[in-house]
Design a protein around this ligand. Structure first.
Ligand code: PMP
Length: 398
């Protein structure tokens, strides 16, 4: 039966992890992963999460099946966070929100629904994008192309070329946009550039799919969600996938959501019924624990402010590491302008290093990043920073 099954290629980033784990260099540093580590290099368990779990343990509940679309209080909390609890769309019940298996699950439910809705549509992702965007939409049956994004020469975004690519796209094309903290480059559009994107999307009749995997890691919860308000103000129908993997440090619990903004509450009801079919025929209904934790934190004022404080702590620490990396690289004799590292947002930095330099970092120094030059700034800490900067300086200087 399986004689003709071919070996699939390894996931490049997970493959890097395996290589890291096998490396015996005691000074090795893993900057390849997309995970936030604290100043001690540990994966944090947020205090708000531990407290919510303690409260849940005090009043243990039986684990029945959840509704297909998940915990109602969770879905509402997601809407509050993404669109604003008092927003017209939420109050008017124009958003269909379902609990999903992480941000990836939200993207896949949306992709499967879109495929049924418009089977011949193309999907455009940024060049480059999170690798799984292409794979996920391709596996959902779409042809996936790219729109211009990263400007290697000027260390930023090719905004004009991006707008031109969107301008050329056929009506109905699905455009996957990173709401904030672009993965892998770290470069986000300015609010003025977003306004232009919204205008083109609207004028061309494109279908926006906003991937929000890092809300709160850039500038703040509201600031990072501002782009959503721009799409709402334009009166567009659109998709938003949410991930709490990073913002709650709940990677393994698979907590996310998909929200679809519709023209009326009646339409949202019909859309929701279709999303439920996608879910029902894939995994029936979602798991309880992670979503219960997030719903408890978001709807309990004291826990919510604790979460906001802890999220701000992660955001501030990442920023401090960006500054420190630039300072250390300068101190190590790197003369070129590296201020772009502090302009980037979120967990990642396109360091500007090429594949050969990244491979030298791995081979000679035990410092693991992606061949594209992407490093996870959220894995830097006072204990590894100097070594990383010295190694980077060595390969930059050649
Ligand atoms: N979108 C982007 C841009 C991401 O970087 C990630 C996580 N690396 C995801 C979606 C998926 O998030 P989750 O782990 O919650 O599925």
């Amino acid at each position: 039966l399986f004689a003709a099954v071919e070996m699939a290629p390894r996931d490049p980033i997970l493959g890097l992890n395996e290589q890291f784990n096998a490396d015996t260099n005691p000074k090795k540093v893993n900057l390849g992963v997309g995970v936030y580590y604290d100043e001690n290099g540990k994966l944090p368990l947020l205090r708000c999460v531990a407290e919510a779990e303690r409260q849940m343990l005090e009043a243990p509940k039986a684990r029945g099946y959840l509704p297909i679309d998940g915990i109602a209080a969770y879905d509402l909390a997601v809407q509050g966070l993404v669109f604003g609890a008092d927003s017209e769309v939420v109050k008017g019940k124009r958003v269909a929100t379902v609990q999903a298996l992480g941000g990836t699950g939200g993207l896949k439910i949306g992709a499967d629904f879109l495929k049924r809705l418009n089977p011949s549509a193309r999907v455009l992702i940024s060049d480059p994008s999170w690798e799984n965007h292409r794979a996920l939409f391709t596996n959902a049956g779409f042809q996936v192309g790219t729109y211009a994004y990263y400007d290697a020469e000027n260390r930023g975004i090719k905004a004009e070329a991006m707008l031109a690519d969107l301008q050329e796209a056929k009506a109905g094309t699905v455009v996957v946009l990173h709401a904030c903290c672009h993965n892998p480059t770290g470069y986000d559009l300015t609010p003025a550039q977003w306004t232009q994107v919204v205008e083109v999307v609207k004028a061309r009749g494109l279908v926006p799919f906003l991937d929000m995997a890092y809300q709160g890691f850039g500038e703040g919860i509201a600031e990072d969600g501002a782009v959503i308000q721009q799409f709402l103000a334009a009166g567009l129908d659109f998709f938003v996938s949410t991930s709490f993997s990073k913002s709650f440090s709940l990677y393994g619990e698979r907590v996310g959501a998909l929200s679809v903004v519709c023209a009326s509450s009646e339409e949202a009801g019909r859309v929701l019924s279709q999303l439920k079919i996608v879910i029902r025929t894939n995994y029936s209904n979602p798991p309880t624990h992670g979503a219960q934790v997030v719903a408890t934190v978001l709807s309990t004022p004291a826990l919510r402010s604790l979460w906001e404080e802890e999220l701000a702590g992660m955001r501030t620490r990442i920023r401090a590491m960006r500054e420190a990396l630039v300072t250390e690289l300068k101190a190590a004799g790197v003369e070129q302008d590296l201020s772009f590292v502090t302009r980037q947002k979120g967990m990642f930095s396109y360091s500007g290093l090429n594949a050969t330099q990244m491979q030298r970092l791995r081979g000679e120094f035990g410092i693991y990043g992606v061949d594209s030059g992407r490093i996870c700034v959220a894995a830097l800490n006072p204990g590894n920073l100097k070594a990383v900067a010295a190694a980077m300086a060595a390969v930059i200087k050649g």
